[in-house]
Each structure stands twice: as C-alpha cells, then as structure tokens.
Ligand binder design. Structure first.
Ligand code: C2E
Ligand code: CA
Ligand code: CA
Ligand code: CA
Length: 279
C-alpha cells in the first residue's frame, strides 16, 4: 500500500506540474535503457474464479535498472507517455507478449489469451494499427487471443477517432477491455456505441470488500450492467479468499490479484502452467 501511495504521487507530478530534476535524469536513463534492453515483461495470471484455472495473462512492463533496481511502471510509464517513448516501448511489448503467449500455450497445452495495456498516446498514434497487425502476423496468434486494455480516459479524448480505431480492432477480432473501470471521468454511453468486450473493475472497489457496503453496491451494479450488455468482468487486485468468494458468488467470472498470482517473469509463468500451481 505504501508503494501505491508513492506511485500515485509521482503520476500526478508528471501530469500536472513540471517534471522534477529526478524525472529528467530518469528520462535520460530511459533512452539508454531501451538500447541496453533493460525493459522486461512480467505476466500476471487472470484466473477463472470458479475453476481457478489460468485463462490468460496481463502483460506488465518492468524496468530492471542496473543501480536503481526494479523501477515500477508508475514511475516510468507517465514519463514515456510525455516524451513519446511509449510508442516504441508499447510496440515492443505488444509484439513480445504475443510471441510469449505461444510459449505459454505450449507449456499449458491449451489455448490462452494475452492482455496488453495500450496507453492513450499509443492508441492515438497513426502507426498503432500497423503495430497491431505486425504483432498478430509475426506471432501467428489469432486476433481473439489478444485483449487490449484501454482506460475510459483514452476513449474520451477523442470519441470519434476512438470509435473508428475500436472498429478496426474489432475487425481484427482483438477484444477491448476497459481498464480501471469506474475510476475515469466518462459517460456510460460508450458501452452502447463502442465494441467493448471486457470490464476490469479497479482494485479501489475490491480492496475493502467484503466489509464495505458501498464498494459491494458498486461491484454489484457493474456486474449487473455487464451481464445485461454481455460483457465479461475481471475483478482486479483480489488479495483474499473472501474477496474472491464475494465476487464469484455475485457472478464475476474472472479474477486477477496477488491471491491467484503476482506478476511474474515469463519462465516462472511457464513453470506455473506446467506444474498447474502458481505462487
Ligand atoms: P494496471 O494496468 O491497472 O495494472 C494492474 C496493477 O495492479 C499492476 O501494477 C499490478 O502489479 C497491480 N496488482 C495486481 N494485483 C494486485 C493485488 O492483488 N494487489 C495490489 N496491491 N496490486 C496488484 P504495476 O505492474 O505496478 O503497473 C502499474 C500500472 O502501470 C498499470 O496499471 C498500467 O497502468 C501501467 N503499465 C504497466 N505495464 C504497462 C505497459 O506495458 N504499457 C502501458 N501503457 N502501461 C503499463
Ligand atoms: Ca491494465
Ligand atoms: Ca487496472
Ligand atoms: Ca490501474
């Protein structure tokens, strides 16, 4: 929880005030890091709440800095978003994650999916659809094995453009997930007009379950909405058995959180799929 508080603060600094000297030196180090191959991908299981089987993974970027150690994405993603490096990093992550999924499927001997975060700037980039096509073609995945996570904010910047891009993603049969659902500033109208498949309920609404009546009411409302719109729901940040049970009983099919698996290196994920248990 300490780490999250700190991370939020950094995100705010990067967006709403001028960057600190620290951010500027971090930014210089980032370009170096791309050349040195210091960015790596971790994978967090997305699990069926009923069977506890791994259905897919969310791809989460890590920066293994030689002296600073592991730099969390909340530190460097906002900087990369500001300086445009996110387009390069994001394109690399998408392709590498699609390729990685093939190895996961070989280990699991069944079909899985891969979920990849797409930042606002990436989503609006002219080259984005080319990047998507390249990742799908190069990896040989079929489109429906790919879930692209975007936030409500990404859709709201330019809804007309967003609708056209989402339509093109849908043509490729990639699924769209709304990340951190319920935390953005947006109307629900986009659920009607845009081809959305998945809602990811933000950890903020899960954290105080089952004790919090208000969070319970919000989760119930989202699950009800999703059911009537035929969307699937992933509960994020599930840390306890009680939270898992609460969500499962209310019809939430998928969970993702420390309870069922922390973000892990690819080789650890392969071992988890092979041994059919995970840390
Ligand atoms: P997110 O997309 O909402 O990812 C979920 C975050 O929640 C991850 O933090 C994950 O490690 C953390 N998490 C998962 N389960 C639990 C839990 O049970 N308890 C707690 N306390 N936390 C949990 P992480 O990896 O630090 O990433 C933070 C954010 O950075 C992500 O939030 C996403 O917005 C961004 N990010 C990470 N990787 C990428 C990437 O490749 N591209 C882009 N554009 N953004 C990324
Ligand atoms: Ca996400
Ligand atoms: Ca999220
Ligand atoms: Ca988040």
């Amino acid at each position: 929880a300490k780490e999250t508080g700190k991370a939020r603060c950094v995100v705010y600094n990067a967006r709403h005030s001028s960057p600190s000297d620290h951010d500027i030196s971090l930014e210089a180090a980032m370009f170096q890091a791309v050349r040195e191959g210091e960015f790596v991908l971790y994978y967090q299981p997305i699990v069926d709440a009923g069977t506890r089987e791994i259905e897919g993974f969310e791809t989460l970027m890590r920066w293994k800095h030689p002296t600073l150690g592991m730099v969390p994405p909340a530190r460097f993603i906002p900087l990369a978003e500001t300086n445009g490096l996110i387009n390069l990093l994001g394109a690399w992550a998408l392709k590498a994650a699609c390729v990685q999924l093939r190895q996961f499927e070989e280990a699991a001997k069944r079909s899985l999916y891969i979920s990849v975060n797409i930042s606002p700037r990436q989503f609006r980039n002219d080259k984005f659809l080319d990047v998507l096509d390249d990742a799908i073609a190069y990896s040989g995945l079929s489109g429906e094995q790919l879930v692209l996570e975007i936030t409500e904010g990404t859709l709201m910047i330019d809804p007309v453009h967003a609708e056209s891009i989402l339509g093109k993603m849908a043509e490729r049969r990639a699924r769209i997930a709304i990340d951190d659902f319920g935390t953005g500033y947006s109307s629900l109208a986009y659920l009607k007009n845009f081809p959305i498949s998945v809602l990811k309920i933000d950890r903020a609404f899960i954290r105080d379950l089952p004790g919090s009546q208000k969070d319970g009411a919000i989760c119930n409302a989202v699950l009800d909405l999703a059911k009537h719109l035929s969307l699937s729901v992933v509960a994020e940040g599930v840390e306890t058995e009680e939270q898992m049970q609460y969500m499962r009983e209310r019809g939430c099919r998928y969970v993702q959180g420390y309870l069922t698996g922390k973000p892990m290196a690819a080789n650890v994920a392969v071992a988890a799929l092979t041994e059919r248990h995970y840390a």
